[in-house]
Write a protein that binds this ligand. Structure first.
Ligand code: GDP
Ligand code: MG
Length: 597
């Protein structure tokens, strides 16, 4: 069969270099969307994605393009998530296409995510078309940036497309380059069905929607399919392509990308990277390289207002339906009451879920310190997986503790290398490699994941002015000297603030935490000791002195409306406070106390 009229591609770019704007222009110029339905950043559907400029879920659009050679081509664009938390999803969706447009801002040049993403594309054997964007700006230096792409990335940029996604200059050249320079997919129409599950999400009307890329064979509406890794069986209810609105289609053949629905109950019944085949005539082997994404970062989510616990449960259950990599179980905390212990792919994933609960469900949350999974080896031979420092067994019964490590690859301009090495060293990193690509250094570090989940990425970005790129893989477990540090406010342990730390770093962390809390907790009528402790031993201490004068006193007996106003204000303020013994701790204190800088 003839696949020569299909081109599948993705766009890789550093944030703000113009990926979404270019996608808009491609959709618009080909008349895929009627002019009246066109809106900016049409592929970024979720608000949070728009605001943060990140794509969480893969998105796709099918474009029909009448090329200069007289043939009409079908172009499938898959827009991929661009963050390291979703590295596995990115690498999967890259494997669903044959080529990439590498968009680089001609006023900025190659930056952090450009590298991380282009290497994923190269790993997926993509043909790559460099596109230099924003040439409408006076500061654009396309020649210099083309050279930089060749130096740093090592791909030919001599025939890069020069465009302005904003004004539309050069967009026709991009369409021609897609057709001429990217390869057509290959696949056997007569072979048994073999399709990749690229992504899945929950749609309010359709239920679970699955994005697929057909490798071999043909899938039709009504087909009985099998997900090879999970063993789940379904009948295909709906088959469609995204333009970017859904448009039903009778079948999808090799090289094609589309979506299906099949009365799948929840997103967690689908696994990104799984192979879909026919129940009757399955393909011999599933696609290689499948691994289910596992949460690696855990934290507690508690409602500020305990009365909202049931609402929180509903929100979490709904979000979990739509996100197979998000896990949760109920948790109770002496300090915070009822909540949930949740698992995430990384810190951004955590933030996104937290934001959505607060915004879409209007529930104010307290988030406890993020933790990784520790393997605790007990003296009696038992092995415990610790997701929550609060569950830490008696240290006297512990033989040793193993913690997860990562292999981190960091690319950074030479001038920031010193600071990056210092940061990695501080975070207990072990340097494994240091090489240069042009004026950029590439360092490989073996780091404890627990030192990375806090704010490593933010720190890295700030010390490198945003130029460092960071990517990591989990790299097994290693024994180390880990302890549980507790925080006591007015002699009461605040379980939500306890964390696992390396013994050598405990004092430093404890001191920082106490100092911070001293700033964050408002003064009370009495003196409040703030302490960090390991077991029964205090390792750091601060004292919050008592309030000098009683600010409410002067209101009493005076103006009644003023008094009422003050009480109302206090009530509103109370909502955001949690009580610990006699002490009120504002919600921000938890979040801010857990940030390190
Ligand atoms: P993304 O993060 O890669 O998706 O980048 P966007 O497409 O959201 O673009 C980031 C910003 O750059 C937006 O404010 C765009 O309007 C602007 N932008 C994109 N392309 C161009 C261009 O060709 N010229 C100029 N001047 N601005 C552009
Ligand atoms: Mg974008």
């Amino acid at each position: 069969t003839d696949l020569t009229h299909i081109r599948n591609f993705s766009i890789v770019a550093h944030i703000d270099h113009g990926k979404s704007t270019l996608a808009d222009r491609l959709i618009q110029l080909t008349g895929t969307v009627a002019e009246r339905d066109m809106q900016e950043q049409i592929l970024d559907s979720m608000d949070i994605e728009r605001e943060r400029g990140i794509t969480i879920k893969a998105n796709s659009v099918r474009i029909e393009y009448p090329a200069k050679d007289g043939r009409t081509y079908i172009l499938n664009l898959i827009d991929t998530p661009g963050h390291v938390d979703f590295a596995y999803e990115v690498s999967r969706s890259m494997r669903a296409v044959e080529g990439s447009l590498l968009v680089v801002d001609a006023t900025q040049g190659v930056e952090a995510q450009t590298l991380a993403n282009v290497y994923t594309a190269i790993e997926a054997n993509h043909e790559i078309v460099p596109v230099l964007n924003k040439i409408d700006l006076p500061a654009a230096e396309p020649e210099r940036i083309a050279e930089q792409i060749e130096d740093v990335i090592g791909i030919d940029a001599s025939d890069a497309c020069l465009i302005s996604a904003k004004t539309g200059i050069g967009i026709p050249d991009v369409l021609e380059a897609i057709v001429k320079r990217l390869p057509a997919p290959t696949g056997d129409r007569d072979a048994p069905l073999k399709a990749m599950l690229v992504d899945s999400w929950y749609d309010a009307y359709l239920g679970v929607v699955v994005m697929i890329r057909v490798m071999d064979g043909v899938i039709k509406k009504g087909d009985n399919i099998l997900m090879m890794q999970t063993g789940a069986k379904y009948g295909v209810d709906k088959l469609a392509v995204l333009r970017p609105k859904m448009q039903d289609i009778a079948e999808l053949g090799p090289g094609e990308i589309g979506i299906l629905t099949a009365s799948i109950k929840q997103v967690r019944d689908t696994r990104v990277g799984d192979t879909i085949t026919h129940q009757k005539k399955p393909c011999e082997k599933p696609l290689p390289g499948f691994k289910p994404s596992q949460p690696v970062v855990f934290c507690g989510l508690f409602p500020v207002d305990n009365a909202e616990f049931e609402d929180l449960r509903t929100a979490i259950e709904k979000l979990a339906l739509n996100d197979a990599s998000f896990t949760y179980e109920m948790e109770t905390s002496a300090a915070l009451g009822f909540g949930f212990r949740c698992g995430f792919l990384g810190l951004l994933h955590l933030e996104v879920i937290r934001d959505r609960i607060e915004r879409e469900y209007d529930i104010e949350l307290i988030t406890t310190a993020p933790s990784v999974i520790y393997q605790i080896h007990m003296r009696d031979g038992r092995q415990i997986e610790l997701h929550n420092p609060a569950d830490m067994p008696d240290p006297a019964e512990i033989d040793h503790i193993d913690e997860p490590r990562i292999k981190a690859t960091i690319m950074v301009p030479d001038e920031y290398l010193g600071d990056v090495l210092k940061l990695c060293q501080e975070r207990r990193g072990i340097q494994q490699d240091l090489t240069y690509a042009g004026s950029r250094a590439m360092v490989v570090y073996d780091l404890p994941l627990n030192e990375v989940v806090f704010d490593f990425y933010d720190r890295l970005k700030s010390i490198s002015k945003g130029y460092a790129s960071f990517d990591y893989q989990l790299a097994g477990y290693r024994t180390d000297n880990l302890v549980k540090m507790s925080v006591l406010v007015n002699e009461e342990p605040v379980d939500a603030l306890s964390m696992m730390v390396h013994r050598d770093r405990a004092e430093m962390r404890g001191r920082a935490m106490c100092e911070k809390l001293k700033e964050l907790i408002p003064r009370h009528m009495f003196k409040i000791p703030i302490q960090a402790a390991i077991g029964g031993r205090v390792i750091a201490r601060e004292t919050l002195s008592a309030m000098r004068k009683d600010v409410t006193a002067k209101c009493y007996g005076g103006d009644a409306t003023r008094k009422k106003k003050l009480l109302e204000k206090q009530k509103a303020g109370k909502k955001k406070m949690r009580q610990f013994g006699k002490v009120d701790i504002p919600q921000e204190a938890f979040i801010n106390a857990l940030k390190m800088d």
